[in-house]
Write a protein of this length. Structure first.
Length: 428
């Protein structure tokens, strides 16, 4: 009876072990190597060392690029079943793999790249499913600034072992390097030169959303709006929360005089990013262009509420209030624009124009001169200065102010008109 019971227990034990081996093999076949390794280790822990399980564990460890763990498994497997042909053969293969990788890594560290490449090539030929061999070959290419071949090998490594993060990180690092080089070109306003950098970065890492945005911006600055929109639409699809992409789409449609569509994109940008002051400002500009001044005031007020130092928004508010003949509000906003801008020459000019409308000639003269102090030869300021001087009875000064801008394309005709009108007044 005891013998029967022992045989039964042995049968149960062997059945359980076979079942654990089968489960581990299934995980390997489905590419779930970490799960497979965990099953092997759990089986060994519960049932004791088994040669077949140890051999399988070594093979899985190699799949996960862990040669040290593979060696540990093989030492135990050789102890459990030293005459097992499969174990002997795999042990020899593992030693060869280890020697090739060790020599390759040693020569790589010594910058002997030709020798390192030869060793990693041999590794790949003999062990075509070993991810680390491709990665190290990619590292050699990287050191030689051959990014195309480096990334190609990193991608093979990642495909063979998607559980090792450093393969994806190596690809991302090269893409980021090229992205930063593109940014350097953009900082120098070399937009055309930046585009190949971003394209290559996106070729390596299509998920690099900021490269999509920067290449879109480069095309925008080059007035290639079709290509800019092409990349921005990809970005919007890839990253639905990218507010800057929507704002730039608004800018493009504004450039194309499709103002209604521009407003739609600005609104989408602020829906995603409610504190996006630049989008509110851009929307305000377009609404003013469309003659929707009351709506423009609402969004511009939102911009300065979020950023009380936003001088451009204050100045635009001043312009709109001036258009609406709300001169007190215009003056208030121009003064806030001046307060928050280091070089507020245009706000001073606009302030002078309101004071001239209000017949506050002294204040108009002061504001116009302040504009000219900041920007000498500023034609718009000279025109308002002339009006203020005429109002103050400074006839000669007024004539001189207008004469200075007769050749100006924008203000020359207005100055000529004032001069003719003034001479007629003298004749009468």
């Amino acid at each position: 009876m005891k013998i029967v019971l022992i045989n039964l227990l042995i049968s149960v034990f062997l059945f359980a072990q076979a079942d654990q081996f089968s489960e581990a093999q299934k995980a390997v076949e489905s590419g779930q190597y970490p799960d497979a390794l965990a099953k092997v280790e759990a089986a060994l822990s519960s049932s004791g060392d088994d040669a077949d399980l140890l051999l399988l564990g070594a093979q899985i460890a190699v799949k996960l690029d862990d040669l040290n763990k593979a060696k540990d498994f093989m030492v135990k497997a050789n102890t459990v079943d030293p005459k097992n042909v499969d174990i002997i053969n795999y042990w020899e293969k593992l030693k060869t793999l280890s020697d090739l990788m060790s020599y390759g890594q040693k020569t790589f560290k010594m910058a002997s790249y030709d020798e390192a490449m030869e060793s990693f090539d041999s590794t790949i030929v003999k062990f075509p499913d070993f991810a680390l061999g491709y990665y190290m070959k990619g590292q050699v290419y990287y050191r030689q600034d051959n990014f195309d071949d480096a990334v190609a090998n990193y991608k093979i490594a990642r495909k063979l072992n998607p559980f090792e993060e450093k393969y994806s990180k190596a690809i991302s690092a090269i893409a980021s390097k090229l992205y930063n080089e593109g940014n350097d070109q953009q900082r120098r306003k070399k937009y055309q030169d930046s585009i190949p950098k971003y394209k290559k970065a996106l070729e390596y890492d299509p998920t690099l959303s900021q490269a999509l945005f920067r290449i879109s911006y480069a095309y925008y600055k080059l007035s290639d709006f079709a290509e800019a929109k092409n990349y921005l639409n990809k970005l919007v699809e890839q990253d639905p929360g990218h507010a800057e992409a929507r704002k730039l789409l608004g800018d493009i449609y504004a450039k194309e005089n499709d103002f209604e569509t521009a407003v739609e994109w600005y609104k989408k940008a602020t829906e995603i990013k409610p504190d996006y002051t630049k989008a509110y400002y851009s929307e305000g500009k377009i609404l003013q262009t469309l003659g929707k001044n009351d709506e423009a005031i609402v969004v511009l007020d939102k911009a300065v509420e979020l950023d009380p130092t936003y001088y451009r928004a204050y100045e635009l508010l001043g312009i709109i209030h001036q258009e609406k003949n709300e001169n007190d509000a215009a003056i208030l906003n121009y003064r806030l624009a001046i307060k928050n801008n280091k070089k507020p020459y245009s706000a001073y000019w606009r302030l002078a124009s309101v004071y001239n409308i209000e017949d506050k000639c002294d204040q108009a003269e002061t504001a116009a001169k302040a504009a000219l102090d900041l920007k000498p030869n500023y034609a718009a300021a000279y025109f308002e200065l002339g009006l203020a001087e005429k109002c103050l009875g400074k006839k000669v000064a007024a004539l001189e102010s207008w004469k200075k801008i007769l050749d100006d394309r924008e203000w020359g005709k207005s100055a000529q008109y004032e001069l003719k009108k003034y001479y007629k007044e003298l004749e009468n």
